[in-house]
Ligand binder design. Structure first.
Ligand SMILES: *[C@@H]1O[C@H](CO)[C@@H](O)[C@H](O)[C@H]1NC(C)=O
Ligand SMILES: *[C@@H]1O[C@H](CO)[C@@H](O)[C@H](O)[C@H]1NC(C)=O
Ligand SMILES: *[C@@H]1O[C@H](CO)[C@@H](O)[C@H](O)[C@H]1NC(C)=O
Ligand SMILES: *[C@@H]1O[C@H](CO)[C@@H](O)[C@H](O)[C@H]1NC(C)=O
Ligand SMILES: *[C@@H]1O[C@H](CO)[C@@H](O)[C@H](O)[C@H]1NC(C)=O
Length: 836
């Protein structure tokens, strides 16, 4: 991809020199009578240069696609034409015919994709033009005298996995036509994936993410200002305006960027996570501005019918019942299993003619329930809504549909069936739940007596907190301001400095600034400590959080050597590798600045009795695949082969969306293109993860990483550590896994936290692949490219694994090299081989 980008930039220059001067008519952003087609290697560039349309390969070079990407970052593909029918070679041609239809033809002239342009009923145009607009929209317009400028087709009407400013997410209720996002199959395959994000127009407009037929997440209904479950939308209105258009022929969400806003895109990932990314032109990275789902309570209907999810109550696994309701199955509920939901504890009083003694309890600060089957009347007042609910025996709850007017809001949503997917959110709305009189009386009494106690206590507390706060402000304000200003200049000032060759821009940060960012390497800021130095959390420029690795001074590495290696590592950019953001050389200090990952490392989750539940099987499977991809990238980077040599669970850091990032290339070795294997006298790494040939003879190759990956995979599935003597009958995890496999009971090794809800075929396949990776003979182990392929394609045949060799370590040996490294980082003792 990156190499391609360079090629393409060359051809852009070529095009801009060539075509404008030669023909005059053909402009760089248009296909028309002047230039009817582009071939692979040629491009359209929008007038302001923001967007580029052309041919690209996200993964293997033998699959070519036509797409539109953000020019400054070719990875940011916003639209793909032929996502499900790639070209096999570079002989493709995109062309427009006189009627305004776009065709993508392969080398033999067969149509691989076409735009299905309709003429809109006013006759076939005699001339049409396709233009890539500065908004990123490819529009086909009529170019003849008949109806000048009529849009015949536009790419914005056919979204891929990305929404950018001006695009719609919604549907036409009259025709059923939909503007929805479909995820890619995988990060390097744009084929239509499993996840979808669409607007639900039953009830109030609500954006819903689906995986297959299952609802995964919804934003909550639009309340006139924001989606009920995402109040934070309003907080970035200085950059983006959010709008929901409701018309008979269109219900759609659109966002528009203000002139000052950075380029932004909403992307639906392969895992169904929707992220709003914003481009930071200075450091040339995409920052995650917002994402959903954010936490467990965002999982659709997490607490089932009449349940209420609260992220702050981990002790009850986040689920409670709405006031006046109790768990249907208390036994299951106490086992933290909410699937059965809640039921009303006292029956309602509902008589013919609407006479009733029932009333309402207000559940405040929530994301409103799914309005899929609710009745909506935007014209009603809240008072009328209440009366309407009381008059209808089936009504269980009501709420305001629109909160723009302030007060309690206006409009009326009435729920008659179950209410699902309710959670607490900041700035949430009021939900009025219908309850029997006795329930309300009980609640009021309780509240009354609580108030008597709480009021004086609260008052005292308030006074106390105010005074503490005042003191704090006086004391720290000065300090804080100084530090902020320093930090702001850190990356900015240095970011133009070029080091090494090939235009790697990596900021050289001053030591003074690092001292400020880490509070002079204070212990509070320390994240971890490994054999090669300490890692600190630092806060830079506008509260940007980073992890700073301070290498031990004993490394004795020269400045030049260090800098060369920094450049090398900085070029490794992959979503499954921790990103290097900058570095510092100061006397004998060597520091590296990395992106900060708040979620800590994989071992913190999988080996912990309480936290392991956070990672369900789909998440673990994604982690396995992500690590495999990251490792493959290291092994098969375009120029070099990099052997990690210390892959283990504590070196896998997790991103906010639980996507894995490999860290600590501390012992990495870099091979030249043709080198296959090397030997070392200094065996470094972690026992248990080391392949037999490496541990015994010091021989390592890409296959030693494959071995470590196999061990890691079995750990992720079993929740058992390779290196601890936890299994009395077996020397280690591999022996345990092999025995169960041989006895035909491989599923017995699956960790109890995922056993009930995992896909047995996926898990079995993973165990199988894991066992292939840990085979004794390195030649029998698969390359990471095959591992990735086997993980992604569930139909490929797998060979039969052979029994692994077990090591029985003495306890003293069975310890890890980098203890406590919740965020252990790079030590940069990489050595370069010159090839054979
Ligand atoms: C593309 O256009 C050029 C000239 O505009 C023409 O010579 C060539 O045949 C066209 N290619 C295809 C495949 O139509
Ligand atoms: C690509 O190659 C495969 C197998 O050779 C073939 O089935 C497919 O039709 C080809 N696709 C195109 C667009 O040429
Ligand atoms: C193109 O239009 C035809 C007829 O209107 C329809 O059957 C077909 O599914 C459309 N194809 C695409 C890719 O939209
Ligand atoms: C979006 O914002 C631009 C200015 O940044 C403005 O010109 C345009 O009219 C806006 N579009 C909509 C639909 O609000
Ligand atoms: C709405 O009703 C349909 C059909 O009865 C049902 O399948 C669906 O689950 C209901 N939706 C909600 C949110 O209850």
């Amino acid at each position: 991809m990156f190499l391609n980008l360079r090629l393409m930039l060359v051809s852009v220059l070529f095009l801009s020199l060539g075509s404008t001067s030669a023909r005059g008519v053909a402009s760089l952003d248009t296909l028309n009578d002047g230039r009817r087609n582009i071939t692979d290697g040629q491009m359209l560039v929008s007038a302001g240069g923001s967007f580029t349309l052309g041919f690209f390969s996200p993964g293997e070079l033998n699959r070519r696609y036509v797409g539109i990407w953000f020019s400054a970052s070719m990875d940011a593909v916003v639209w793909v034409a032929n996502r499900d029918s790639p070209l096999n070679d570079t002989a493709g041609v995109l062309e427009i015919d006189g009627a305004g239809r776009l065709f993508l033809l392969d080398g033999s002239g067969l149509t691989v994709w076409s735009s299905n342009t309709t003429t809109g009923g006013s006759g076939t145009p005699s001339s049409a033009a396709a233009q890539l607009l500065e908004s990123g929209n490819l529009v086909v317009v009529r170019d003849d005298d008949e109806s000048n400028g009529a849009v015949l087709w536009q790419s914005f009407d056919h979204p891929s996995n990305t929404l950018i400013a001006g695009m719609r997410l919604g549907r036409n209720p009259q025709t059923g036509a939909e503007w929805s996002l479909r995820s890619w199959r995988s990060p390097d395959n744009p084929a239509t994936g499993d996840c979808r994000r669409a607007m639900n127009t039953r009830g109030l407009p609500d954006c819903v993410s689906w995986r297959g037929d299952a609802k995964k997440y919804r934003t909550g209904p639009w309340n006139g200002l924001w989606f009920s479950g995402v109040p934070e939308m309003a907080s970035y209105s200085d950059m983006f305006t959010n709008q929901v258009v409701v018309r008979p022929d269109e219900v759609a969400y659109v966002f528009n960027a203000t002139a000052a806003a950075p380029f932004s895109r909403l992307v639906l990932s392969e895992a169904g996570v929707i992220q709003r990314l914003a481009w930071d032109g200075g450091s040339r990275v995409w920052n995650v501005f917002a994402q959903a789902p954010r936490d467990v309570c965002d999982d659709y209907a997490k607490c089932s019918a009449f349940g209420l999810c609260n992220v702050n109550t981990a002790a009850t696994l986040f689920c409670g019942c709405v006031q006046g309701y109790v768990p249907v199955s208390p036994a299951h509920w106490s086992m933290r299993e909410a699937a059965a939901g809640c039921r009303r504890s006292t029956p309602l009083d509902c008589r013919d003619g609407g006479a009733t003694t029932d009333g309402f309890a207000v559940v405040s600060g929530v994301k409103l329930p799914d309005t899929d089957n609710a009745t909506v009347d935007v014209g009603a007042t809240l008072e009328a809504c209440r009366a309407r609910c009381l008059a209808t025996c089936s009504c269980v709850a009501f709420a305001a549909a629109d909160i723009r007017g302030g007060g309690g809001g206006s409009g009326c949503v009435i729920w008659a069936g179950d209410i699902v997917d309710v959670r607490y959110v900041d700035k949430g709305q009021d939900l009025y739940v219908r309850l029997a009189k006795s329930e309300l009386a009980a609640a009021n009494k309780k509240r009354g007596s609580m108030l008597k106690i709480l009021l004086p206590v609260t008052a005292c507390l308030l006074v106390l907190m105010c005074s503490i706060f005042l003191v704090w402000i006086c004391k720290f304000r000065g300090n804080r301001r100084n530090r902020d200003n320093q930090a702001k200049s850190i990356l900015r000032g240095a970011s133009n400095q070029l080091i090494g060759d090939e235009n790697i821009e990596l900021p050289l940060v001053s030591f003074k600034d690092i001292v400020a960012a880490t509070n002079d390497f204070s212990n509070e800021n320390m994240l971890g400590q490994g054999g090669f130095g300490k890692v600190y959390k630092g806060i830079l420029e506008d509260d940007k959080e980073v992890a700073i690795k301070r290498l031990s001074k004993s490394s004795g590495q020269g400045a030049e050597e260090f800098r060369n290696e920094v450049v090398l590592i900085a070029k490794l950019q992959h979503r499954n590798l921790v990103r290097l953001l900058g570095y510092c050389i100061h006397e004998d200090e060597r520091l590296l600045i990395y992106e900060y990952l708040p979620k800590k490392s994989l071992d913190v989750f999988i080996f912990d009795a309480a936290s392991k539940y956070v990672l369900d099987w789909p998440t673990r499977f994604q982690i396995i695949k992500g690590v495999a991809r990251g490792l493959l990238y290291l092994h098969q980077d375009s120029r070099l082969t990099i052997i990690h040599r210390d892959l283990k669970s504590s070196n896998i850091l997790l991103d906010v969306d639980m996507s894995p990032k490999i860290s600590d290339f501390g012992m990495a070795r870099i091979f030249g293109r043709d080198q296959q294997e090397a030997n070392t006298n200094r065996v470094v790494g972690t026992y248990g993860y080391m392949s037999p040939e490496y541990a015994m003879d010091g021989a390592f190759s890409v296959k030693s990483d494959t071995y470590s990956f196999g061990v890691l995979l079995l750990e992720i599935i079993s929740g058992l550590k390779i290196s601890l003597p936890h299994l009395s009958e077996f020397p280690n995890l591999l022996a345990y896994a092999w025995n169960l496999w041989n006895d035909g009971k491989p599923m017995d090794m699956v960790d109890s936290s995922i056993a009930d809800n995992c896909s047995p075929t996926e898990v079995l396949r993973c165990i199988h692949i894991g066992l292939l990776c840990v085979q004794d003979n390195p030649y029998n182990r698969p390359l990471m490219s095959s591992v990735v392929f086997m993980l992604e394609n569930e139909t490929t045949e797998l060979s039969t694994p052979r029994q692994p060799v077990y090591f029985a370590y003495r306890n003293s040996e069975a310890k890890e090299t980098g203890e406590n490294t919740s965020s252990s980082m790079n030590n940069m003792s990489v050595t370069m081989f010159e090839g054979r």
